[in-house]
Design a protein around this ligand. Structure first.
Ligand code: ADP
Ligand code: XUL
Length: 608
């Protein structure tokens, strides 16, 4: 790549489970180049990793070696250097790290970080900078005990979600801290000087000093009170193992334990465009960065993903990878124990809702395989599946739930269930039906689940939406009809309202492997009924790109010395050629019965 034409370059990092990626962009949001290192291909022997992590099947622990991440930073910068990359043109660096992971700095870290010798590498000089040399990875499952402790401390999963945006999850940082502090190694915990998230860790290395945790990423810890914009002392006490009820700690131990953890975590960097400092001399001397290169707060990978697109309030990004993730932008803080809410990383009054499903592509593939078997087609062929899906026009009061794996939302064990609605509007479980029925049924139920769960976060979108062609009296009668047929509807223990059931998203963007299947995304779009269109997007490195965009936005705000609305910034520069606006049939109204059915069917699910 020739960068001669460019004067201002921006770097977007993405430190993920299996690789470190760095994207280069310019101030017009043009993606210029990508550099990366896959951990297994270079560091497998040195760090004993498999797919980027060290796994212990017995304990459920999944860990990432921290020194490997340092090696990967040097490695990718060296690759760029070999490529004659003009480091001196870089004006700003930001990026993302996988969420929830934590890094434990030793008392020596500060000194070591600020005295790096550019003739040596990072990992050998920072060997003593960590009290724990591994970072709990988001796939870790070793904190079952801590889940109970966190939820018990505040009176249950819903209360914890109200406070922190999520119920307790194995991977969430507070639980991992508690495990280290109470079970794994209290001594090393007490010797820990500071704790970073993966995002703030990378920023700290680049700065040569330990920076604070960024506010949006802090919401993935189960200790940060989102409404209060501060750590919650009671939850910090659980994390530190000094909770009076859970740990039987005295008031004195409670006070000192909370204060100690607060000082390890440091303050929170609020959502802002402001630079958190200049790049460390190590990188200036070794690679040729300018001393004026600004580092801007790094954030979590899902949070960086949403800023790679011009996503506005009430827009949804559906990622159809191995699993399905729905990310949406909302101004409503409507927490639920079944999804996550985080602060938005560039729009201070907004939140990112995140619904994670385990059963996405793999569940659809199983049905495709049965269809292909029946019709003697090749395994990977989607043509028959698509043909059947395209020919299914109307919802016909049949719906299945397809969880070959245990599901996260709704929390349920592995199972397949099929239901019909009888003439008295009663649900009747059906043992089996023609395999063709499963094709539309799986896409419908997966999409209806997203519609049921995104509704509360989208509340009021319909009333604000002038383009809606359904008048409120018509909506009212649809709603009356629905409640007459099904009674009150509850999702994940919360009552659905007129607003939540009739809310519509504005735009929907589809990314990930299965978004290449137009039949699937057209069906999804017809059920979700966005008011402003459906878009298929080709962005393979969304979170690194979001990081690069954050850097160029921050740089522009600093240059103009004012807060530029992120929406305006990205909408004015975004290249809409990268997104494909596709048409769907309007079937939103026809699926109210489907909403009612699914809500009731979920009451019949089996749990572990
Ligand atoms: P991840 O990032 O989670 O590893 P991808 O985004 O690459 O995954 O998506 C992989 C999934 O996409 C596969 O499981 C596959 O079922 C699905 N997929 C890819 N192409 C198609 C297609 N044409 N139709 C339906 N599903 C597809
Ligand atoms: C989100 C989560 C993962 C990680 C790694 O809660 O755990 O998506 O961020 O991608």
């Amino acid at each position: 790549m020739n960068f001669n034409q460019e004067s201002n370059l921006f770097l977007g990092f993405d430190l993920s489970t299996q690789q470190l990626k760095i994207i280069v962009s310019n101030e017009n949001l043009k993606h210029l180049d990508t550099y990366n290192v896959e951990f297994d291909s270079v560091f497998k022997e040195k760090y004993g990793i498999h797919k980027g992590v060290i796994e212990n099947d017995e304990t459920g622990e999944i860990l990432s070696p921290v020194l490997m991440w340092l090696d990967s930073i040097d490695y990718v910068f060296n690759e760029m250097k070999k490529d004659n990359f003009p480091f001196d043109k870089v004006k700003g660096v930001s990026g993302s790290g996988m969420q929830h992971g934590s890094i434990y700095w030793s008392a020596d870290a500060k000194k070591l970080l600020s005295n790096l010798d550019s003739n040596q590498d990072l990992s050998s000089q920072l060997d003593d900078a960590f009290s724990f040399k591994t970072s709990p990875n988001w796939q870790d499952h070793s904190t079952g005990k801590e889940i109970k402790d966190f939820e018990n401390a505040v009176g249950g999963a819903d209360n914890l979600a109200d406070l922190t945006g999520s119920r307790a999850h194995y991977r969430f940082t507070g639980l991992q801290i508690r495990k280290l502090a109470t079970r794994l190694n209290p001594k090393l915990y007490s010797q820990t000087e500071r704790i970073s998230l993966v995002s703030s860790f990378v920023a700290s290395v680049l700065l040569g000093s330990i920076t604070n945790i960024e506010q949006a990423d802090a919401c993935g810890m189960n200790v940060y009170d989102i409404s209060q914009n501060s750590y919650n002392d009671e939850l910090l006490a659980v994390a530190a193992g000094v909770h009076p009820k859970i740990d039987g700690a005295s008031d004195k131990d409670y006070q000192s334990g909370v204060a100690e953890l607060k000082s390890k975590l440091g303050d929170i960097n609020p959502i802002s465009y402001k630079s958190i400092g200049k790049i460390s001399p190590y990188f200036v001397e070794k690679y040729g960065f300018s001393v004026n290169t600004n580092i801007y707060s790094f954030t979590g990978d899902n949070l960086a993903t949403i800023i790679s697109l011009p996503l506005l309030q009430n827009d949804i990004l559906i990622s159809l990878g191995t699993s399905t993730t729905c990310l949406l932008i909302t101004e409503n803080y409507t927490p639920s124990s079944q999804y996550h809410l985080f602060k938005h990383p560039t729009m201070p009054n907004h939140y990112m809702g995140m619904i994670c499903y385990c059963n996405g592509s793999l569940a659809r593939e199983r049905i495709r395989n049965s269809i292909n078997e029946k019709y003697h087609l090749k395994q990977n062929d989607w043509s028959k599946f698509n043909e059947i899906l395209d020919s299914s026009k109307k919802f016909d009061d049949k719906l299945g739930i397809y969880f070959p794996l245990g599901e996260i939302v709704p929390n349920a064990s592995a199972q397949i269930k099929r239901f019909k609605l009888d003439s008295n509007d009663k649900l009747a479980e059906v043992g089996d039906w023609e395999i063709e029925e499963d094709v539309s049924s799986i896409v419908e139920s997966q999409t209806l689940s997203c519609r049921l769960r995104s509704g509360p976060m989208l509340t009021n979108s319909q009333s604000k939406d002038s383009s809606s062609n359904l008048h409120s009296s018509k909506l009212n009668s649809i709603y009356q009809d629905l409640t007459q047929r099904f009674g009150e509807l509850y999702t994940d223990g919360k009552k659905q309202t007129f607003e939540s059931l009739t809310a519509k998203p504005h735009k929907i963007y589809y990314v990930g492997g299965a978004s290449n299947n137009l039949s699937i995304i057209k069906k999804m779009g017809s059920i979700l009924g966005p008011t402003d269109g459906n878009f298929k997007v080709e962005i393979p490195n969304a979170c690194a790109l979001g990081g690069a965009y954050k850097a160029s936005w921050s740089f522009k705000c600093e240059k103009e010395d004012k807060w530029i609305e992120y929406n305006d910034y990205i909408s004015s520069l975004f290249n809409f050629d990268d997104v494909d606006n596709f048409k769907t049939e309007e079937n939103w109204e026809n699926y109210f019965n489907g909403l009612g059915m699914l809500a009731k069917m979920e009451d019949h699910l089996n749990h572990d």
